[in-house]
Each structure stands twice: as structure tokens, then as C-alpha cells.
Ligand binder design. Structure first.
Ligand code: PLP
Length: 406
């Protein structure tokens, strides 16, 4: 028979987060092994429930949301997003600058497909949320990494960012709050990023899906609010703040100056209409969701699950000899450092695989987030405290005599 291979366009697309470790975990699960999954930011399996009022709002509209909507989205959804954008200080956003999507994921891909030509460069953080790298690559572009510095609360290194800009650079991706580090960037730092984009006439891409998941009373500053004279493509959605990742509900706002990006917007409109529209029932719950932020807030204060689980995981990891972790300020991820010399770790994926096979806990290796040293991994701290304690106990035990074979 004729053989069918994957498209060569995918040859250089990196999305290691779902690679061989995940395959091994699935094999073990099929063999009946009980795996503790600390690898994916999906709140529902850990007992988090979407706010009832939001589910009711969607249920009540099911019969009216059977048809396609405008390709940008339902007017009611976009009005609610517009109101939210105003609250966040996003400049120059109107109804036509808002696009709903089947999750932010779809819009990340669309935003890159609409912009990049072969060989164009986009600055992407290291570590990154790997869909950004994959989307840049799939669109023919090249992800060029700027370092986020663990010594400085995982903030982006501005000088490194500056060094990486070339005549082919088209944009800078800023993920704030950050997955996988849990960092929340201060306003002064965001201002420096904006200044750099201004100097080099770059487009800003702000992935702010975790903006409603900040802890310790800290305020999230929207990148676009600091850049009225530049285009900022702002991504946001309900998967995380409203615990309904499965509904696939996100949006993108084009904020700031637009007279110089008419062609790009034409591209976005074309791609947006090619997928007709995003899931309409999911769009229909956006007004209720953006009107209901209390349940999110409850998780993030002392006594709330996300807050308490962050306290526990940070403490436990830092107590393990050979391990250290910066306390996250937002979202529900932590990106600990492991002393690679002490454990002779030269391949972080092998480390994660060995741990999985031995202790049945699934982590994600730092290299899955385009971190170029074999000395980090990510934990999703959504499971209950008892499970996190159990997982850290197994990790401490595993490391007692772990040395990676040369
Ligand atoms: N952006 C970041 C930084 C994420 O962590 C995720 C999901 O984990 C997404 C985007 C995609 O979210 P969605 O469910 O809206 O597609």
C-alpha cells in the first residue's frame, strides 16, 4: 500500500510535552498501573468544578446557540470581553478587534499563521508554554529564545531579549503570569519590554490566560495597557480561571495602534472566517463568567485550595536535598531545579521517565518547555494536599540513591 507520512511542515515542530514520557505513562495505565498525574494543567480531574452560575448560563442558551455565529464571535460574548478589556486598560479595542476561539490554543496558532513568512523570527521565552514554539515553527517561523532568570524570580532577562533581536524579528511573546514558572512580572519590567518593542517596531503577543489567578494580593498589569502606540495581540480565556478547560473557550483582542498592521489583520480575518466560528455554546457563557470572578478569587487566598497547595508544594520541594524551587506568584505550576551534578542527570527526560517507572508519578521535563539544561521539571500542583505530600515523599525517596547512568 502507498505509505502516508506526516506533513514535512511538521518536521521541525517541537511539542515535546506530549512525547515519549506520556507514551510510557499511557502504556503503564493500560497495564493497570495507577499513575499520579502532575503533568497537565487541567483542573477538572482534581475536583475543581466550574462555577454553577456559568454552567447554568450555558445550559439555558443551548437551543439558541445551535447555529454558527459571526466568525469573530457572538456580540454578547464580545461585549463582555470588551468590558473586561476596558477594566484591564487595554487601549483602542472595539468590538471588531475581538475574536473568540476554541481555547487560546487555536488563536495562538492563528495569530502566527496570519503573520509569519518562512524564516521570520519571534522572541519566545525559555522556558515557554510550548504551543508558542510549535505555532511559530508551523507557520514557517523560527522561535528565538530569551532567558527567564530563575535568580530573579524567573523574570525575563531584558538584555538577553535585546541581544536576540535581528532584522527578521517580528514580535515578542510575553507569557504573564507564566506557565511553567508561575512568575508574575512587575510593571517596570513590562515597561522595559514595551520600550524594546517600540525601539525595534515589533508586535507584542501577550498570553495572559492566567491573569485572574494571581496570589498574595498582587495585581496583574496587562502588557497592552503600557503600549498604546504599538499593536499588542492579547490572549485570554476561561480554561483556567473558570476551571472549564474542556469547553474550549478563549479570546484574542487586538489592542493599541493598528494603522500599520492592516495586512496582518486581513490575514487574521481570513483565517478566522476559514474556521467559520468558535464553539458557540462556549462563547455564550462568557458574559456570565466574566461577571463571576468570586469563585476564582476564593481559590487564591489563604484557606483556598490553590493557595494552600502552593504553600505545601513549595515547602516540600525545598526540603528535598538537591532540590530548590522559586515560590510561584500565580497560576498553578512550579518549576523546580534539581542539582544535575549531584544526581548525574544529563537527560531530564530520562530522569522523568525513570521516576515514572519507579514511583508512578508523572512530571514534565524542563526540556518540554524549551529549557536548555537538564536540570528542571514542572509540577502542576492542582491535586489535593495529601497527594502532593505523597508525590514529594516518593520523589525524596527516589532521589536517595538515584544516579543517572552516564
Ligand atoms: N497559554 C498558556 C500559557 C497555557 O498554559 C495554556 C494551557 O495550558 C494555553 C495558553 C491554552 O489554553 P486553552 O485551554 O485556552 O487553549
Amino acid at each position: 500500500m502507498r505509505e502516508f507520512k506526516k506533513s514535512s511542515k511538521l518536521d521541525h515542530v517541537c511539542y515535546d510535552i506530549r512525547g515519549p514520557v506520556m507514551d510510557e505513562a499511557n502504556r503503564m495505565i493500560a497495564d493497570g498501573v495507577d499513575i499520579m498525574k502532575l503533568n497537565i494543567g487541567n483542573p477538572a480531574p482534581f475536583g475543581f468544578r466550574a462555577p454553577q452560575a456559568v454552567i447554568d448560563a450555558m445550559a439555558g442558551q443551548l437551543t439558541e446557540t445551535e447555529g454558527y455565529s459571526d466568525s469573530r464571535g457572538l456580540p454578547s460574548a464580545r461585549r463582555a470581553i470588551l468590558e473586561y478589556a476596558r477594566k484591564k486598560g487595554l487601549p483602542n479595542v472595539g468590538m471588531d478587534d475581538i475574536y473568540t476561539g476554541n481555547g487560546v490554543s487555536e488563536l495562538i496558532t492563528l495569530s502566527m499563521q496570519g503573520l509569519l513568512d518562512n524564516g521570520d523570527e519571534v522572541l519566545v521565552p525559555s522556558p515557554d508554554y510550548p504551543l508558542w514554539t510549535a505555532s511559530v515553527t508551523l507557520a514557517g517561523g523560527k522561535a528565538v529564545y530569551y532567558i527567564c532568570d530563575e535568580q530573579s524570580d524567573w523574570n525575563p532577562d531584558i538584555e538577553d531579549m535585546r541581544r536576540k533581536i535581528t532584522p527578521r524579528t517580528k514580535g515578542i511573546v510575553v507569557i504573564n503570569p507564566n506557565n511553567p514558572t508561575g512568575a508574575l512580572y512587575p510593571k517596570e519590567l513590562l515597561e522595559q519590554i514595551v520600550e524594546l518593542a517600540r525601539e525595534h517596531e515589533l508586535i507584542l503577543f501577550a498570553d495572559e490566560i492566567y491573569d485572574r489567578l494571581c496570589m498574595d494580593g498582587q495585581e496583574h498589569v496587562a502588557l497592552a495597557s503600557l503600549a498604546p502606540d504599538l499593536l499588542t495581540v492579547c490572549m485570554n480565556g476561561l480554561s483556567k480561571s473558570h476551571l472549564l478547560a474542556g469547553y474550549r473557550c478563549g479570546w484574542m483582542c487586538l489592542a493599541g495602534r493598528k494603522d500599520h498592521v492592516k495586512g496582518y489583520i486581513e490575514g487574521i480575518n481570513l483565517l478566522s472566517s476559514m474556521r467559520l466560528c468558535s464553539n458557540v455554546p462556549a462563547q455564550s457563557l462568557i458574559p456570565a463568567a466574566l461577571d463571576n470572578l468570586e469563585s476564582t478569587n476564593e481559590m487564591l487566598v489563604p484557606g483556598g485550595r490553590v493557595y494552600e497547595q502552593r504553600e505545601i508544594i513549595t515547602g516540600l520541594l525545598n526540603d528535598i536535598p538537591g532540590m530548590s524551587a522559586v515560590k510561584p506568584k500565580a497560576a498553578f505550576y512550579i518549576f523546580p531545579k534539581i542539582d544535575s551534578k549531584r544526581f548525574n542527570i544529563t537527560d531530564d527526560e530520562t530522569f522523568v521517565l525513570d521516576f515514572l517507572k519507579s514511583k508512578h508519578v508523572l512530571l514534565t521535563a524542563g526540556s518540554g518547555f524549551h529549557w536548555n539544561q537538564p536540570d528542571h521539571f514542572r509540577i502542576v500542583y492542582l491535586p489535593e494536599a495529601a497527594q502532593l505530600r505523597d508525590a514529594c515523599g516518593r520523589l525524596a525517596d527516589f532521589l536517595k540513591d538515584y544516579r543517572q547512568a552516564p
